[in-house]
Write a protein that binds this ligand. Sequence first.
Ligand code: COA
Length: 345
Amino acid sequence: MIQPSGPAVRRVAITSVGAFLPDRVIPNAHFEKIVDTSDRWIVERTGIHERRAVEPGTGCSHLASRAARDAIERRGITADEVDLIVVATVTPDMSFPATACLVQDDIGAGRAWGFDLSAACSGFTFALGAATQFVASGGADKALVIGADVMTSITDYEDRTTCILFGDAAGAVLLEPAEEDEGILGFNNKVDGSGRDLLYMRSGGSLRPPSHETVDRREHFVRQEGRKVFRFAVRSSAQAAEELLDEAGLTRDDVDFLVCHQANARIINAIAKRLRLPPEQVVKTVHKYGNTTAASIPTALRDALDRGAVKSGDLLLLSSVGAGLTIGTALVRWGGERVAPGLRS
Ligand code: COA
């Protein structure tokens, strides 16, 4: 859906990007010791060399708050100025209260309301879509959109097909009314619940409350049909991107950077190939962070900004696929970060 326009609707821009990556690095060699795998297999099949992990017992809100503070400090505002906090996660500290409430308290965002959103690896793109509507309508002037996950808390370290994939991280962006020639141009966010059995955590919800039996069956861990998810991700991401570009009156030639969900380097390469985007226009962090679920797009964006890759005026294509199945796509005309005066170089 292209962002609606009209007298009561404002265009919305990402004005700041924050990130938090835990210090603890888990190299592929670690998995050679605990499951039947090899560094070579992991690198060849996923492109992942290492990932980050929190110390056990660290909740998602801790990472989310750190990323949120980073975004706020870079922008040079106080937390009091934030109106809305949307946290995308599948690994909240607990079922309730929502992680957004914990973040609101942790960062001291005294005026903000907020909520959590569950769309797995598309969580950030969906949360961006939701929060954009509030800023566009005038319902919020400053909205924090946070993608945060502690995937190590739901990973089965006896399952070689999943344990090598995931890492922990958080990313946060600030949304504000856009200036001329910048802003979020539109979204193509979709769900296809018929794929619900391809990627899931079986127990712990109302259908199968946690019990000794569910834990014995290891149903509190993430499971997936990797090959099917792989094929779906490549096909649906490229198709959703083409649809959105078309609706916006743009073509793939207009895209400057593809900022994909970082699940697997082969998936990212295949999407880029379908969109005929060369490697230098594809942002990649999967080699060093692994799959960080809702955190992967904002942390990849932070990485690209830190490298000086993304410039003002660039057209960014954000693209994700996740459990649900969910497909998230957004087009952003990058206007540059509104950096705090003290941080200007
Ligand atoms: N080390 C060594 N061998 C492994 C392994 C590991 N860590 N994990 C799986 N294998 C084996 C499999 O058992 C299989 O062996 P078999 O042929 O004897 O049955 C073989 O490697 C190939 O498995 P397959 O699942 O076909 O590999 P793949 O090339 O599809 O790679 C994934 C597996 C999970 C890396 C890949 O499918 C993937 O990335 N899928 C999408 C995941 C994703 O994006 N998830 C999150 C969505 S946002």
